[in-house]
Write a protein that binds this ligand. Structure first.
Ligand SMILES: Nc1ncnc2c1ncn2[C@@H]1O[C@H](COP(=O)(O)OP(=O)(O)OP(=O)(O)O)[C@@H](O)[C@H]1O
Ligand SMILES: [Mg+2]
Length: 266
């Protein structure tokens, strides 16, 4: 078990080799990513709440504010960032991996290494962890102000690998107004804290007139409410076309600017 200490024959405590290996990998990644000032994960255990939407629009907003931004699609087996950005090009799989520059944002995703976007990626946990490790440790990000990481739903391999391998500023939780989403966001926040990762705040997506789910998350997790993004058909229409809503729509742009300002001033 990771992190388990064992007693050797002389009664001394020995650190389990797998824990040592993870720590070595983490130290290696930390030094390779020394040129990145802030690393922020966008997370919720619940699927479909808008993690990718928030990650993409936040990355573009921060870039528009003058920051140097990278966007890592950590949803390695169901990558969506490419679709949201209309990226069709296939990347070069040589090391170090090179992110694609899209409108000034540096993007990397498993989808860039597939010739057919509809092909299923069927990987077991260890391969998912290895892919995350390569994206973190083998990508030539260069100097960045922000690396925004779009996490997959759930609390298993991919989120766990990120939490174990990456020293990050913390997670931004995404919820919708529904209680089930809020409860799952709280679950995600608790998992993050247990792994020693901070919760930077919560965003309510697909929000109505008054945020509901995010209020519960903010209270329960004792974290900041970063903003609410309204439920808006333009959001999915634009994303479906590979267009970025904050670039196309002033009102959506303003909402994300307010959120990004809160993140940047923290
Ligand atoms: N504020 C919004 N208003 C309307 N539609 C939205 C909004 N936010 C996201 N959507 C749409 O909801 C769908 C799910 O969003 P998205 O893919 O960002 O969620 P996700 O949490 O990343 O999902 P997954 O858990 O599968 O990764 C998409 O079609 C997206 O365009
Ligand atoms: Mg997603």
């Amino acid at each position: 078990m990771v992190g388990k200490e064992e007693a050797n024959t002389e009664g001394q405590q020995q650190i389990h080799p797998s824990f040592l290996r993870t720590m070595e990998q983490k130290n290696g990644i930390t030094s390779k990513l020394a040129g990145i000032k802030h690393k922020i994960g966008i997370y919720s255990a619940k699927g479909g709440v808008g993690k990718t939407t928030v990650a993409v629009n936040l990355a573009y907003t921060l870039n528009d504010m003058g920051y140097r931004v990278g966007l890592l699609d950590a949803d390695v087996d169901t990558p969506n960032v490419n679709l949201f950005l209309g990226i069709n090009s296939v990347g070069n799989a040589e090391y170090p991996l090179k992110p694609i520059d899209k409108d000034g944002v540096k993007v990397i995703s498993t989808a860039m290494f597939l010739d057919d976007q509809k092909k299923p990626i069927i990987w077991r946990g260890p391969i998912v962890g290895k892919m995350i490790y390569e994206f973190l440790g083998e990508t030539a990000w260069g100097e960045l102000d922000y690396l925004i990481i779009d996490l997959p739903p759930g609390t298993s391999d991919a989120p766990l690998s990120i939490m174990q391998l990456l020293k990050m500023d913390g997670f931004i939780l995404v919820t919708t107004p529904q209680r089930i989403a809020a409860v799952n966001a709280i679950r995600s926040g608790m998992m993050a804290r247990r792994m020693g990762i901070s919760v930077l705040g919560v965003i309510e997506n697909m929000s109505g007139d008054r945020p509901r789910g995010a209020e519960e998350v903010a209270k329960e997790m004792d974290c900041r409410m970063l903003g609410a993004v309204r439920h808006d058909g333009r959001m999915s229409e634009l994303s479906d076309k590979g267009l970025v809503p904050v670039k196309e729509d002033k009102e959506i742009g303003r909402t994300f600017t307010e959120i990004a300002k809160k993140i940047a001033e923290a």
